[in-house]
Write a protein that binds this ligand. Structure first.
Ligand SMILES: Nc1nc2c(c(=O)[nH]1)N[C@@H](CN(C=O)c1ccc(C(=O)N[C@@H](CCC(=O)O)C(=O)O)cc1)CN2
Ligand SMILES: [Mg+2]
Length: 297
């Protein structure tokens, strides 16, 4: 059996097109475009690429992009002062502080400073609480993108056994909450889980978000299971100085067992920015008092 490959890049492209198609109606009603502010501190090469892509895709969707680049030695107070300024700016609907932040800055203090109603990343504790209690809020982009891919493939997720490997605040924990809200039976596995291969083998849905290259092997997967690989690991590639991206799943092995699988690159990754634009569109509607049809996208 060879798994179907889930084309996250194409799905994300469609999602961005749907967001872009809704922007003109919002503009007509609100008299302005939705606005996304992205803050980058320092010069982490991967973060620079992500922030550049966010700017480009925000503009392509017909939205306003406000990019703020701060030096690596920026103080926590200066960053929080910028966040407060963006909270108060009526042209800004969504605020995103690119992670990771430099050492001298306490990430949780910065995330706590973002107005929860502009927190399109869904990282503020108020949005974490809203998600875990079933209230409307903002859901982190990567896990929401994973659920969109799963529902597209499986339709109703009710009653499925799901294993999430990894318990980060950004992916693992919100992913578990989202799957629970879809009536899955959810297990959150992590580095201390006993008999991890056995636990994973029970799952109809496997979400790997541990940050360990190719850790999940083919014989851990139940035949026909859906495998969502959130890992983005840069490892040595063919030839001196060359690198390549791999996920947390051993793709070559898992593709022979799974029913469907996301590749790396081109699977979950591209969903992150597409969902960010979707969350920004929702935030703009809410802040401008323009009705947004629930579940429109
Ligand atoms: N404030 C945030 N910081 C970070 C987030 C986030 O959601 N909010 N997520 C990641 C980085 N990220 C967006 O910020 C992101 C990661 C990966 C991709 C992507 O398209 N990946 C491609 C491969 C890209 C490559 O070649 O390196 C793929 O998987 O196909 C987009 C956005 C951490 N920080
Ligand atoms: Mg191998």
């Amino acid at each position: 059996m060879t798994a179907q490959i889930i084309d996250g890049k194409a799905f994300a492209g469609d999602l961005r097109a749907k967001v872009a198609a809704m922007v003109p109606a919002f503009r007509a009603k609100a008299g302005r475009a939705p606005g996304l502010a992205v803050v980058l501190v320092g010069e982490d090469p991967a973060s620079q690429v992500y922030v550049r892509n966010k700017h480009k895709m925000t503009i392509e969707a017909g939205m306003e992009s406000f990019e703020h680049r701060l030096p690596a030695d920026t103080s926590q107070d200066a960053l929080i002062a910028l966040v407060h300024q963006l909270n108060a700016d009526p042209s800004v609907d969504g605020i995103l502080v690119q992670l990771p932040l430099p050492r001298q800055i306490d990430e949780s203090a910065v995330l706590a400073a973002i107005d929860p109603d502009k927190d399109v990343d869904g990282f503020h504790v108020v949005n974490v609480g809203r998600l875990s209690t079933g209230m409307a809020g903002y859901v982190p982009c990567t896990p929401l993108g994973c659920v969109m891919l799963l529902k597209d493939r499986l339709g109703d997720l009710s009653g499925k056994d799901a294993v999430v490997i990894g318990r980060s605040n950004i992916v693992g924990k919100p992913m578990a909450q989202l799957l629970l809200a879809e009536n899955c039976t959810v297990t959150v596995a992590h580095s201390r889980t006993a008999n991890l291969p056995e636990v994973v083998r029970r799952a109809d849905i496997v979400v790997a978000a541990v940050g360990r290259p190719e850790m999940v092997k083919g014989d851990w997967i139940k035949p026909g299971a859906i495998v969502i690989d959130v890992g983005i690991n840069r490892v040595p590639g063919a030839g001196p100085g060359k690198t390549k991206l791999v996920g947390d799943v051993d793709f070559a092995e898992a593709v022979e067992v799974a029913g469907a699988i996301t590749p790396v690159p081109g699977g979950v990754g591209p969903m992150t920015i597409a969902v960010l634009l979707r969350n920004t569109l929702v935030a703009a509607h809410r802040l401008a008092g323009v009705p947004y049809e629930k579940g429109a996208i």
